[in-house]
Design a protein around this ligand. Structure first.
Ligand SMILES: Nc1nc2c(ncn2[C@@H]2O[C@H](COP(=O)(O)OP(=O)(O)OP(=O)(O)O)[C@@H](O)[C@H]2O)c(=O)[nH]1
Length: 552
C-alpha cells in the first residue's frame, strides 16, 4: 500500500479533491532548496549539535533518557510560554470514519505515487553521502547554485572530493571530519515513488544514530566500496557492511538495493563486480533476505554513472558489459509496505525542536493509524496531551498523514518538558501500553561472551536506547518451529533463538541514574513496529527480537 499524504486544503473539500490534487502534487517537479528545507536543516543541525555534545547520542552505557538533555539545548520556554497561545486551536475537520475512507481512496488512486522510507547504509566512506548528493542533483532536488557552492566550499576547505557529500553532511564538524555523524533526511522523487531518504552514518561510533534511521525505514540501500581492499575491510567481521545488513533485517527491512560503488577505481572490472555480488548475495541469504528482494547495481557516485543513465564517456567501460537497470530504475520498483491505517495511532518521537511560532515541533514516523490537524494527542509516558496545530510531510503542510509516513507535527497546549525522544503520541481513547518488564523472543548474534541471566545491556526501541537487564532466560527455542528446546538455560550462546525476560534498569553502566520508569511498547502481535527490539553490549549488537508480552 501507499503512504498517503493529501495536500493542504479546506477540509470540507478533501473527499472530492484529494485524488487529483494529490496526484498533481506527486508529479510536481520538486526542487530547489525551500524554506522548509532550511528548517529541516536547522533541525538536523540541532540533532547533530546535541550529538556533538554527547547528549543526543550518548556514549555507550550512558543513561539514554534524553528528556532533559534534548530540551536543554533548545531554549524552550516554560509551559506557560508554550501553552499561552492567543490564537484558537484548530478543530478536527473530519470524523474518523470518514477520514479512513478518504485515506483509503487516496491510497488506492492509481495516479498516486507510492511513498516509502529508505535508509542508506554501508561501511564508513563507502560513498553513501556522495551517492545521495549526486542523486539529489541528477533528479533535480539540488540546484546548480547549491552544487557550485558545495564545490567551492569543499575545495576551499581542502576537501574537494566531498563536494557531493556536502549536500547531505551539513554540519561544520561533519564537513571538517569528512564523515556523516547523524541521520540526514532528504526527499527524492522517481517516476513512481516518493522516497524519504535517511542517510545513515557508516562510522561504528555512530551506530545508535544509524539504528534510529533504520528503525524508521521500509527498505535499505546498501552502498559498497568496490575498491581493492576497501570492500574487504567493510565486509570483514568488524566491518559495517555486515553489521548494518543484520541490523536492518532485524528491524524488519526485507528489501535491499545494493549499489556497488567506486567501480571507476577498479577500471569497471566486471569480474570484481561479479565477485562482490556473489559474496554479498550469499551473506544476504544467510541473514534472512530473500534473493528476489535483493537487487544489485554497478555505479560510480562520483562520476554519476548508472544512477539515472549510462550516457557519456565515463560510462563507456560499463556499457561494454552491463545493460541492466540503473539505480533509479531499481528505486522506482521498490515495493512500499502495507500501512495499517485503521490501527490505533502510534507516533514514536525521533526528534524534538522548537516550532517556528507557538508550540513545539516533533518528528516521528507514524506506526499505525492516521493523524489529522486539530486532533488532541496524548503523550506517553506522562499525563500530558496537546493539540496538533500543523502537520508537515516533505516540507509541505498537510491536513492529515497516515501510517508509514515520516512527518513533523507542530503541537500546542503541551508542556515540552514532558516530551522526549521515545515518547509515543497516541489518541486519548487508545493509549499505548507502558512497561518496564517484558518477554521477548530473540536471536543471539555472533557474540564471543554468552548472555547470562542478569546480563546488563542497552535496549534499543525505535529512536531510544535505555539501560536494561536480561532478567530471565526462559527457554531456548527451535528456530523453525518456535517450540521450546530447553527451559531455564544457564547461558545463551551465538546463533541461538530464545525466549527471555527483559527489564529496564534505573541506573546505567556508567552509574548515572535513569529517570525512565517504563516505556511505551507493545507486543509484536499487536503492532509490529512497536514490538521490535535490539540489544547491544560494549558497542556490539548482541541480539534482536520481538516483544511477546508485557509483564509490568
Ligand atoms: N573514485 C570515487 N570516489 C568516490 C565515489 N563515491 C564516493 N567517493 C569518495 O569516497 C569518499 C567518502 O565518501 P562519502 O560519501 O563521504 O562516504 P560515506 O559512506 O557517506 O561516509 P560516512 O557516512 O562517513 O560513512 C569521498 O572522498 C568521496 O569523494 C566514487 O564513485 N568514486
Amino acid at each position: 500500500m501507499i503512504r498517503a499524504v493529501p495536500p493542504k486544503k479546506p477540509a470540507a473539500k478533501i473527499m472530492k479533491q484529494s485524488v487529483s490534487a494529490t496526484s498533481s502534487r506527486a508529479s510536481t517537479p520538486p526542487i530547489t532548496p525551500k524554506k522548509g528545507n532550511k528548517k529541516l536543516a536547522s533541525m538536523t543541525k540541532l540533532a547533530k549539535s546535541t550529538s556533538q555534545s554527547g547528549t543526543a547520542t550518548p556514549p555507550r552505557g550512558v543513561v539514554a533518557d534524553q528528556r532533559q538533555l534534548d530540551l536543554s539545548g533548545m531554549n524552550l520556554g516554560s509551559k506557560e510560554d508554550v501553552t499561552n497561545v492567543v490564537e484558537e486551536p484548530p478543530k478536527v475537520a473530519i470524523a474518523k470514519e470518514k477520514l479512513i475512507e478518504e485515506v483509503k481512496k487516496t491510497m488506492e488512486a492509481e495516479t498516486q505515487k507510492k511513498g516509502l522510507n529508505l535508509v542508506v547504509i554501508g561501511h564508513v566512506d563507502a560513498g553513501k553521502s556522495t551517492l545521495m548528493g549526486r542523486l539529489l542533483y541528477e533528479l533535480g532536488r539540488m540546484d546548480e547554485k547549491t552544487k557550485v557552492a558545495n564545490e567551492r566550499g569543499s575545495n576551499k576547505a581542502g576537501k574537494a572530493s566531498f563536494a557531493w557529500a556536502w549536500g547531505l553532511d551539513g554540519t561544520a564538524e561533519e564537513r571538517e571530519r569528512g564523515i556523516t555523524m547523524d541521520i540526514a533526511m532528504q526527499y527524492l522523487s522517481t517516476p513512481h515513488r516518493h522516497i524519504t531518504i535517511l542517510d545513515a552514518p557508516g562510522h561504528k561510533e555512530f551506530i545508535p544514530n544509524m539504528i534510529s534511521g533504520a528503525a524508521q525505514a521500509d527498505c535499505a540501500l546498501l552502498v559498497v566500496d568496490a575498491s581493492t581492499g576497501e570492500f574487504e575491510a567493510g565486509f570483514d567481521r568488524a566491518g559495517q557492511t555486515r553489521e548494518h545488513l543484520i541490523l536492518v533485517r532485524s528491524l524488519g527491512v526485507t528489501q535491499v538495493v545494493v549499489a556497488i560503488n567506486k567501480l571507476d577505481q577498479v577500471s569497471w572490472d566486471q569480474v570484481r563486480y561479479g565477485d562482490i555480488c556473489d559474496l554479498l548475495r550469499a551473506f544476504l541469504i544467510q541473514s534472512g533476505f530473500q534473493p528476489s528482494r535483493t537487487k544489485f547495481v554497478p555505479v560510480s557516485a562520483m562520476q554519476g554513472v548508472n544512477l539515472l543513465s549510462r550516457q557519456g564517456d565515463d560510462a563507456k567501460p560499463l556499457r561494454f558489459w552491463y545493460d541492466g537497470p540503473t539505480l533509479v530504475d531499481l528505486l522506482d520498483k521498490l515495493e512500499p509496505p502495507s500501512r495499517d491505517i485503521v490501527a490505533p495511532l502510534r507516533i514514536p518521537i525521533s526528534n524534538i525542536f522548537k516550532g517556528q511560532s507557538a508550540g513545539i515541533a516533533v518528528i516521528g514516523r507514524i506506526c499505525g493509524g492516521i493523524v489529522q490537524v486539530g486532533e488532541r494527542l496524548r503523550a506517553l509516558p506522562g499525563d500530558e496531551s496537546g493539540i496538533v496545530k500543523m502537520i508537515e510531510v516533505e516540507d509541505k503542510s498537510v491536513e492529515w498523514a497516515a501510517s508509514g509516513t515520516a512527518c513533523t507535527l507542530h503541537l500546542i497546549s503541551i508542556d515540552p518538558v514532558q516530551l522526549s525522544i521515545g515518547t509515543v503520541l497516541c489518541a486519548p481513547s487508545e493509549l499505548v501500553s507502558l512497561a518496564m518488564t517484558f518477554t521477548a523472543r530473540i536471536i543471539v548474534f555472533d557474540i564471543q561472551i554468552p548472555i547470562t541471566p542478569g546480563a546488563t545491556v542497552e535496549l534499543f526501541h525505535h529512536s531510544r536506547d535505555l539501560p536494561a537487564t536480561v532478567s530471565k532466560l526462559i527457554s531456548t527455542l527451535d528456530k523453525g518451529s518456535g517450540k521450546v528446546v530447553k527451559s531455564n538455560p544457564r547461558v545463551l550462546s551465538k546463533g541461538l533463538s530464545a525466549e527471555v525476560q527483559i527489564s529496564l534498569r534505573t541506573s546505567s553502566l556508567s552509574g548515572s541514574v535513569s529517570t525512565v520508569k517504563s516505556i511505551p511498547i507493545e507486543p509484536f502481535s499487536v503492532n509490529k513496529e512497536m514490538g521490535r527490539i535490539l540489544l547491544r553490549r560494549g558497542g556490539e549488537t548482541i541480539a534482536a527480537g520481538v516483544v511477546l508480552a508485557l509483564v509490568g
